[in-house]
Design a protein around this ligand. Structure first.
Ligand code: ATP
Ligand code: FE
Length: 351
């Protein structure tokens, strides 16, 4: 089966073609330049850009896959959660393509796309434990099926990627903050500054990162006051201290999530980390070590499939279709769409 996937829920316009688990093409068109002057994603600008670029993204994905549009067996599209204007553009595009081709289409939860990526890249079998850690999200999920997720806990305030981005901004480092903070922290002293380890005293798998940003701000201001500015070494040690705190919190909470997951005695225990923050080598290494200690297979999809892309949407769509799910013209864009089992059903035809 050949699937065309569409993704337009945030600031990347993406289209991809999958044949089974083989990625024939994956086109991602960013909008960083469009939003740069505003210090964040502007929903109206994003919506217009998606509407303008989706055609081109599909055209390129189909061309790079070496197929023609008529070869597509089904279309999968992100139907939420995300910025409503962008999601709507994608959903309308999918409806148009499906109607024009006379093929089925299916609305996919963006988060399910991220959560199912380890099956696309590493062929993990259900159930596996997943840490989704990005600019907008941080949660532990037991992934039991394409529409069956158990959320063990998540951030009660900022996402770690957001915290990395804010840290970079406070220290005058370039965006996105994750890579620049990580690079600045290399070889620096992570113990020089005392950063808190939020929520470790509380039971469970919930996390908190907003306190780290406050701590960083205070440490920075104290240095600036005392010496009139930041030296290179200060900046590096602040980055290292911040990153170590995020790493320690994620490691401890992952330890707890693993205990809950392993209590279910999964046949092939596996852990996957995904989302933009999964690119961080310090965090990755800490979690990999933890998994090895527990006899759990560790996987981390390649970065281009960890950040927003349409291959993951096509893949999630293929699992939904295989389970007999399709959407109809009543499919609507959902700005909010939690993955919890307890929440609204994953596949909505509108209501
Ligand atoms: P979501 O898809 O969950 O809505 P998003 O699109 O912002 O959020 P991603 O594209 O998955 O998330 O990831 C981007 C985030 O990952 C940014 O906040 C970025 O700073 C962070 N990030 C990228 N590389 C690294 C790194 N090496 N270390 C830490 N954070 C990183
Ligand atoms: Fe995403």
């Amino acid at each position: 089966k050949i699937l065309l996937g569409l993704e337009s829920s945030c600031d990347d316009t993406a289209a991809a073609v999958l044949r089974g688990r083989e990625i024939l093409s994956s086109v991602v068109m960013g909008q960083t330049e469009l939003h740069a002057a505003f210090g964040g994603v502007v929903p109206e600008i994003a919506a217009r850009a998606h509407a303008e670029k989706l055609d081109l993204a599909v055209e390129q994905a189909v061309a790079q896959a070496g197929i023609s549009l008529q070869d597509v067996d089904a279309v999968a599209v992100t139907a939420g959660p995300g910025l409503i204007g962008g999601v709507l553009s994608g959903v309308m595009m999918a409806k148009g393509l499906a109607a024009g081709l006379g093929k089925p289409f299916v609305g996919v939860n963006h988060l399910a796309g991220h959560a199912l990526t380890p099956r696309l890249t590493d062929g993990l079998s259900y159930p596996y434990l997943m840490l989704l850690v990005s600019g907008g999200h941080c949660q532990f999920l037991i992934v039991r099926g394409a529409q069956d997720f158990t959320r063990l806990g998540g951030t009660i305030d900022d996402a770690p990627g957001e915290a990395f981005d804010k840290t970079a901004r406070l220290l005058g480092l370039p965006q996105p903050g994750g890579p620049s903070v990580e690079a600045t922290a290399v070889g620096a002293d992570e113990r020089r500054f005392a950063f808190p380890r939020p929520l470790l005293d509380r039971e469970g798998c919930d996390l908190s990162f907003s306190g780290l940003k406050t701590a960083l701000l205070r440490l920075r201001d104290r240095l600036v006051e005392a010496q009139g500015g930041l030296h290179e070494a200060d900046r590096a040690d602040l980055c290292a201290g911040f990153q170590a705190a995020v790493r320690d919190v994620l490691r401890e909470k992952t330890r707890r999530a693993l205990a809950l997951y392993l209590a279910e005695a999964p046949a092939e225990p596996a852990f996957a980390i995904a989302g933009g923050v999964a690119a961080n080598q310090a965090i990755r290494a800490a979690l990999e070590t933890l998994c090895v200690e527990h006899g759990v297979r560790f996987t981390a999809p390649p970065l281009r499939l960890c950040t927003d892309n349409a291959a993951m949407i096509a893949y999630a769509g293929s699992e939904l279709l295989a389970a007999g799910e399709t959407s109809d013209m009543a499919l609507s864009a959902r700005p909010r769409w939690p993955l919890d089992r307890s929440a609204a059903p994953l596949l909505g035809s509108g209501k």
